[in-house]
Design a protein. Structure first.
Length: 202
């Protein structure tokens, strides 16, 4: 029964990784000003709302993932072990990283819900916490032994390969987004320099 519980918790954790990856991909599409009406699939689609819902799903799965462990018999987990896993009975460091990921994700979801009250500038500053949440979640998913036996990481395990793919995908597109932001930020300076040069007497 204990193995089944651990497997179920692991599957839910992988689903959380998939949900947060999809959420971030949709967010990056918005950053690139992607329009599903002008581009593929050439239909009006409210992917902003879908982006929000994937965030809620990712948070729900991230909460469910450790809660399932309360049903495990060996090792035994208490609620305090899940909320503050620094002294948990199994893999305390990696589980603490997972708890940090959960708290950061909850912070991003709550502040996104309050984005109008917070104002765009402050909300956007908070929203970048999603990258730290994803990094912590990927770390936890990669380095935690699903069997909770501190076994070495099997980098070619199916679940680990899935997390590796998601983390590499987010890293690659995140780099493109950073380069895109830098280019957009440099355009106003280039335009202003051209304007000043054109107004200077020859």
């Amino acid at each position: 029964m204990g193995i089944a519980i651990l497997d179920l918790s692991a599957y839910v954790g992988l689903a959380a990784v998939g949900a947060i990856t999809l959420n971030m991909l949709l967010g990056l599409l918005m950053a690139f000003r992607y329009s599903p009406h002008r581009s593929w699939p050439h239909h009006r689609f409210n992917y902003f709302r879908f982006h929000n819902w994937t965030g809620y799903v990712a948070l729900a799965l991230s909460i469910l993932h450790p809660v399932i462990l309360l049903l495990n018999k060996n090792p035994r987990f208490l609620i305090f072990d899940l909320l503050y896993p620094v002294h948990s009975s199994a893999q305390p460091f990696d589980n603490t990283i997972g708890a940090i990921a959960l708290y950061l994700l909850a912070f991003v979801v709550v502040t996104s819900h309050l984005r109008i009250r917070l104002g765009r500038h402050l909300w956007k500053s908070f929203h970048f916490s999603i990258y730290f949440a994803a990094a912590a979640l990927f770390w936890h998913s990669l380095f935690t032994d699903p069997g909770l036996k501190n076994a070495p990481v099997d980098w070619f395990d199916g679940g680990k390969l899935f997390v590796e793919f998601c983390s590499a995908l987010i890293a690659a597109i995140g780099l493109l987004r950073w380069r895109y932001s830098r280019k957009r930020g440099s355009r106003p300076r280039q335009v202003s320099r051209q304007t000043i040069a054109s107004t200077e007497p020859s």
